[in-house]
Design a protein around this ligand. Structure first.
Ligand code: ADP
Length: 632
């Protein structure tokens, strides 16, 4: 028997100025009664109804439903008892506007563990009961207020709850619609359901069997009317698993929620798609760029090795090294090292006074080329035949030096004077590899008989085949001067393999950091979006709680919705990221690298972003208090 009894119940709303909405209320309502709660606005009627309906708890005093003391019940036990005992109807209807009336009515039993055909049967029967059998496929948003309230009644009665609580059910309706609603409720009471109606309307109140009047939170009168109460009905015999939801129903409900709010769904999926696109594009471009950087590195990978006598410790040693550098056999030995493509030796001398025939005299460095038989090894001299030796009275001149002294065109075989001796210029050096200073020098054969200043140092310039630089750098000093290699200084590029690894790992680290940052940004953005949709759906979640959803059901709605959104958004994101990566590769003329593992990674990423991004919203939604959410 569903007797409701309150003993000395007080309810105070906490806050800076706590408000005591109910004071010491003692009240018993028997099964099958029809009670009207009346009183001026602010007298505590809704608070009393919320406490009766287990939407709120007394601050002090006792509330028993049948033999059950409600005070010690946990949140889930309270949900369960609420669903089993009450159907609740609100002034503001709280329907899912975009769904049909049948869908809305069937919501009433969503959390009751019934199979879906049974739920549909109950919903249809309830719609029939409230006179809406013909409107079951109609969207609630297209219905009148009276029809909507009757859908809400249908939803409340599908569960077969023994008590109906109605908070101003006609408050938003015109008289005719209000009459239809009250008639439906009274027919329900006639079949044995306890009916408790909060109302302002004394005419409606007078139709009840008992009128309880509240003022300032206390009961000021409690009087029976002329109507006779019906005898209490037998308790329901149905076996139900209240506060339980079938997975397929749950999923269908979530899916309908997403499908009926297309713009919200698209917005959230787009947020996830963007996050996935950004993260995957970062990784995709990273792979492509990394490959590209390494490739460029390998292609030009410093293939230059230089050896110099500059390290010689004293004059005598220096003179000896320079003498050795002039030995053609020594140079040929270097040229025979595996991996050496070209090698040239230069002897550097002090600057000399150099002048062109008609130009000015300038101080220009002088360099002698060892092995003038193949003078263009390591020197770029346009229009100079590769196999033509440099004669002892001929010179090359660096492009910069040529301009400085005002040299005429080479085709005219201009002459220059170096410290008074005359030479013919046969070529202009436009590139000298790493030895850029040669562009500012005159280059003679080392066999020239004319006195040119005392050599200061000698250097060897080598171009190796790709990847051979390290090896050549080790062998070249010994090959060049087997007896004096200790006096030589070698420079070679770092080992390309380890350099490549270093570059790759730093590029990868940078991009992984970017990816992580973009994921965190996505999670934060999604958290914001999800919590704001939870705020918009405040009433919906409050309502779900009143019809039996436990906190975890509410949290699961958000999480499952986000998982669906993540899969949608993730797929779009993967496609966009592939396009973006290809776009970058094409624009930069790089070879695109699309890592197949990124596709499942994209889905996983979307799920991680989605689930992390939904946690806050899920938590907030699950904490919504139904009494607060459904207050008009
Ligand atoms: P009624 O339904 O008779 O209009 P209520 O039960 O809604 O009265 O309110 C009773 C008193 O409690 C009022 O003074 C109201 O301002 C206050 N009240 C209602 N809900 C809250 C709340 N959530 N927080 C603080 N005060 C509240």
């Amino acid at each position: 028997m569903t007797r409701l009894s309150l003993r000395s119940v007080t309810h105070t709303y906490p806050g800076d100025y706590p408000i005591t909405a109910l004071r010491d209320v003692t009240l018993t309502i028997e099964a099958g009664e029809y009670v009207a709660l009346v009183g001026p606005s602010g007298s505590g009627k809704s608070t009393l109804l919320n406490i009766l309906g287990l939407l709120d708890r007394p601050t002090s005093g006792a509330y028993r439903i049948g033999d059950t003391d409600t005070a010690p019940l946990s949140d889930s036990a309270t949900s369960l008892l609420r669903t089993r005992t009450f159907g609740i109807i609100f002034q503001a209807f709280h329907l899912m506007d975009r769904r049909t009336s049948l869908d809305n009515a069937a919501m009433g039993t969503l959390y009751h563990g019934l199979d879906s055909s049974e739920r549909t049967r109950l919903a249809s029967a309830a719609l029939h009961f409230v006179g809406l059998a013909n409107a079951s496929g109609q969207r609630v948003s297209t219905m009148s207020g009276g029809q909507r309230q009757r859908v809400a009644i249908a939803r409340a009665i599908t569960t077969g709850a023994p008590v109906i609580l109605a908070d101003e059910p006609t408050g938003n309706l015109d008289t005719a619609s209000g009459e239809a609603v009250i008639t439906s409720l009274e027919r329900l009471n006639a079949s044995g359901t306890t009916l408790i109606v909060v109302t302002h309307d004394l005419e409606i109140a007078s139709r009840a069997h008992r009128i309880i009047t509240l003022r300032d939170g206390t009961i000021v009168s409690d009087t029976p009317t002329a109507h006779t109460p019906r005898p209490a009905p037998p308790p329901p015999t149905e076996k139900r698993r209240y506060s339980h939801v079938r997975f397929t129903d749950f999923f269908a409900d979530v899916w309908r929620g997403l499908a009926t709010h297309t713009s919200r769904t698209i917005g959230l999926a787009a947020a996830i798609a963007l996050a996935v696109t950004f993260a995957l594009t970062t990784i995709g471009v990273a792979f492509t760029a990394r490959y590209q950087v390494s490739d460029v590195f390998d292609a030009t990978a410093n293939r230059r090795v230089t050896v110099a006598t500059e390290g010689a410790s004293d004059q005598q040693m220096n003179a000896r090294l320079i003498a050795l550098s002039r030995d053609h056999d020594n140079l040929d030995r270097v040229r025979r090292i595996a991996g050496v493509e070209e090698a040239a030796a230069f002897i550097y001398r002090p600057a000399a006074a150099v002048s062109a025939h008609l130009g000015h005299t300038e101080s220009v460095d002088v360099v002698s080329l060892v092995d003038s038989v193949r003078p263009t090894q390591r020197l770029t001299v346009p229009d100079y035949p590769r196999s033509r030796p440099l004669a002892t009275d001929e010179v090359f001149i660096g492009a910069t030096a040529a301009a400085t002294i005002g040299l005429g065109p080479v085709a005219a075989r201009p002459a220059v004077s170096i410290n008074g001796s005359v030479y013919t210029v046969v070529g202009i050096v436009t590139d000298a590899g790493l030895r850029a200073e040669l562009l500012n020098s005159v280059i003679t054969s080392d066999a020239t008989p004319h006195p040119l200043g005392t050599p200061t140092w000698a250097g060897l310039e080598i171009r190796t085949s790709p990847g051979a630089a390290q090896q050549v750098a080790r062998l070249a000093p010994v090959a060049w001067m087997p007896t004096a290699s200790a006096g030589l200084t070698t420079t070679a590029p770092p080992d390309p393999v380890s350099m490549r690894a270093t570059i790759e790992s730093s590029v990868t680290a940078t991009l992984i950091t970017l990816t992580i940052v973009s994921i965190i940004a996505a999670v934060i953005a999604l958290t914001g979006a999800m919590t704001s949709t939870v705020r918009q759906r405040y009433h919906e979640f409050g309502l779900r709680r009143t019809i039996g959803a436990r906190r975890r059901h509410i949290a699961s709605i958000i999480v499952v919705e986000t998982i669906i959104l993540s899969l949608l958004g993730g797929t779009v994101g993967i496609a966009l990221s592939v396009i973006a990566t290809l776009g970058v590769a094409i624009a930069r003329r790089w070879q695109p690298v699309i890592e197949p593992a990124l596709l499942p990674a994209g889905v996983a990423l979307a799920l991680v972003v989605g689930i992390l991004g939904s946690l806050m919203g899920a938590w907030k939604a699950s904490r919504i208090s139904p009494a607060d959410a459904l207050r008009v």
